[in-house]
Design a binder for this molecule. Structure first.
Ligand SMILES: Cc1ncc(COP(=O)(O)O)c(C=O)c1O
Length: 353
């Protein structure tokens, strides 16, 4: 059935083991497997979970509930909504937090459920998404958290290169270690998890520049696409094509490349900019922008060019290639493409095991 996304398990294993080894060699003693881009796909998450990750982390509670049977502690990556506090405490071992109002709600839910909910308190070191801004006083907030009997503060963390594109450096992450030291000294406690970010921190490991004291990372894209996300470089000994998209040709015709008539808007309300290249052999594929945006996919056959897409159709310039109706075209995909494809119910999943 097409379109489908083909998931290559041996390649994913190679990516996971390479990254886990890199982490081990750089003082990272707990590594979270981030599964959000799997959109709840239990088979792939279960496969990846066996190679040595210490926790399974996802931004959506629904996915963590689907992964209940996977024998790793579950971490909610996105700050919990106050409205989901009861369900978070029920289904999740650890959540990342920055808001006292939500932490109070988690505390109440934990007490009611006779549990202690673990939290990692997030600091914003400049990327300006989630977290307590590092320049603001935080000791008072930590003091309040320490008094909550349903909450256990098990660590602090930061997230970079998500909104502001800020690249993690030794000095930026050192700030997190300084915060840890200050909290530990003030409250005479031990914070076991100091979480130094996501796949954008991999460069620091490769260059041996991770500050001592950072002992946790939360890795997603580097595992599934073999890419560090500070500069977009490929990580040695990993695969970028563990996920491939396959789509079927439904029409092959030679037509003018420039539309005939007065040009208004395309199906997405934009005025198309089309170059006249004379007659062109074109293929129409049964996949469209509802499944994946064309800029997020690339044909494996380098002679083929994507020239456009509407919601259900993709148009390829076949050049001199001799494809027929019913042939399958394979594409590599990037991270936004993977997210969209895995989320679409119209895209089937096949597994190379
Ligand atoms: C808080 C948090 N940590 C870690 C990650 C993983 O990021 P990456 O896929 O770049 O490794 C994400 C995003 O998925 C996130 O939101």
């Amino acid at each position: 059935m097409y379109p489908c996304i083909e998931i290559n398990f041996p390649k994913l294993k190679q990516n996971a083991t390479t990254l886990l080894e890199l982490c081990r060699n750089n003082g990272i003693d707990s590594c979270f497997l981030v599964t959000k881009m799997l959109a709840g796909d239990l088979k792939t998450a279960s496969w990846l979970a066996q190679f040595g990750f210490t926790h399974l982390a996802d931004s959506r509670l629904e996915n963590l509930i689907k992964f209940k049977t996977i024998p790793l502690p579950k971490v909610l990556l996105r700050l919990p909504m106050k409205s989901e506090a009861t369900m978070v405490v029920k289904n999740v071992d650890i959540s990342l937090n920055s808001e006292l109002l939500t932490i109070f709600k988690l505390n109440k839910a934990a007490i009611r459920q006779n549990k202690v909910h673990q939290i990692i308190f997030m600091f914003d070191l400049g990327d300006l998404r989630e977290g307590h801004f590092f320049k603001d006083d935080y000791l008072e907030t930590i003091k309040i958290i320490k008094q909550l009997v349903g909450i256990k503060l098990i660590g602090i963390g930061t997230n970079l290169t998500c909104y502001g594109g800020v690249i993690p450096t030794h000095d930026i992450l050192k700030e997190l270690v300084n915060i840890k030291n200050r909290i530990e000294e003030n409250f005479h406690i031990n914070l076991p998890i100091i979480s130094g970010g996501n796949s954008s921190s991999i460069m620091l490991l490769l260059h041996k520049e991770l500050p001592q004291g950072i002992n946790n990372l939360r890795l997603g894209e580097s595992i599934v696409l073999g890419r560090e996300t500070a500069y977009g470089n490929k990580i040695p000994n990993t695969y970028a094509d563990a996920f491939l998209l396959k789509a079927e040709i439904i029409e092959v015709k030679t037509k003018p490349s420039y539309p005939l008539g007065t040009i208004g808007m395309d199906a997405f309300g934009e005025v198309p900019k089309i170059k006249d290249q004379g007659l062109m052999k074109r293929a129409l594929l049964a996949i469209g922008k509802q499944d994946i945006l064309p800029e997020n996919m690339q044909p494996l056959d380098s002679q083929l060019n994507i020239i456009g897409a509407s919601s259900d159709h993709l148009i390829l310039d076949l050049g001199t290639r001799d494809y027929q109706v019913g042939d399958i075209i394979t594409f590599t995909i990037n991270y936004p493409g993977l997210l969209q494809l895995m989320t679409s119910k119209y895209v089937k999943k096949t597994y190379l095991i």
